[in-house]
Design a protein around this ligand. Structure first.
Ligand SMILES: C[S@@+](CC[C@H](N)C(=O)[O-])C[C@H]1O[C@@H](n2cnc3c(N)ncnc32)[C@H](O)[C@@H]1O
Length: 195
């Protein structure tokens, strides 16, 4: 039995009722186009970009997570197939853009700020980021080769997630989830976006 001191129901000040926020109630059976239209004004201004090659499971998992954070779009570089089921069906609500190669990717990014997420070349720790720029494109590398150096050089910032064990890197989908959560941590208060 919890004591009075530890029972959460006795601490109303800590229970805002807004611990999490869903864009919409789960749209079971609804037409995906209709759901997309309803989500459109709720979307956040960041984009997730990643390499398809060598990420068969990660790509689907990232689409699923990017949906939960209502990313503007997900850009996949390369034509390698991936395991769609890992997105748990969220792909149908998302803008997934395929580009053939790095040049096509850069022309798709255009004037938007490009931030690479790559520990080995990092110039900034994710913990030191105070704000993410509007319309930022967050680029993640392949599980095998990371982000090619020309794209790292083209990025306005290179972000590292500090890790402490002997393993060289995090699984791609975990790294992407951490960065999306860090984006949200700076832009949400009680379930609403803040400037
Ligand atoms: C599994 S890592 C593989 C990287 C590649 N094998 C290497 O050693 O350079 C795949 C991608 O996840 C992201 N990633 C994983 N751990 C990271 C970390 N600690 N900081 C920043 N990005 C990370 C990066 O985008 C990276 O390119």
């Amino acid at each position: 039995m919890p004591t009075t001191a530890t029972n959460p129901s006795t601490k109303p000040a800590l229970r805002t009722g807004k611990i999490y926020h869903m864009g919409l109630s789960p749209p079971l059976g609804a037409d995906p186009q209709e759901v997309r239209a309803l989500l459109s004004p709720l979307r956040n201004d960041f984009t997730i970009a990643l390499y398809a090659a060598d990420n068969a499971f990660a790509v689907g998992a990232i689409i699923r997570v990017a949906h939960s954070f209502l990313a503007r779009e997900i850009v996949i570089i390369g034509d390698a197939p991936y395991y769609e089921k890992a997105s748990m069906g969220m792909e149908k609500y998302e803008s997934v853009v395929r580009v053939a190669d790095d040049d096509a990717f850069l022309s798709h990014v255009g004037a938007r700020p490009l931030w690479a997420v790559e520990k080995d070349h990092a110039t900034t720790s994710i913990h030191a980021v105070t704000t993410f720029p509007r319309d930022v494109v967050l680029l993640f590398g392949s599980e095998r080769f990371g982000i090619p150096e020309p794209l790292v050089r083209r990025a306005q910032a290179v972000i590292g997630i500090p890790i402490y064990g002997v393993n060289h890197s995090l699984p791609l989908a975990v790294a992407a989830g951490i960065v999306m959560n860090e984006w949200a941590r700076r832009r949400y208060a009680d379930g609403v976006t803040v400037p």
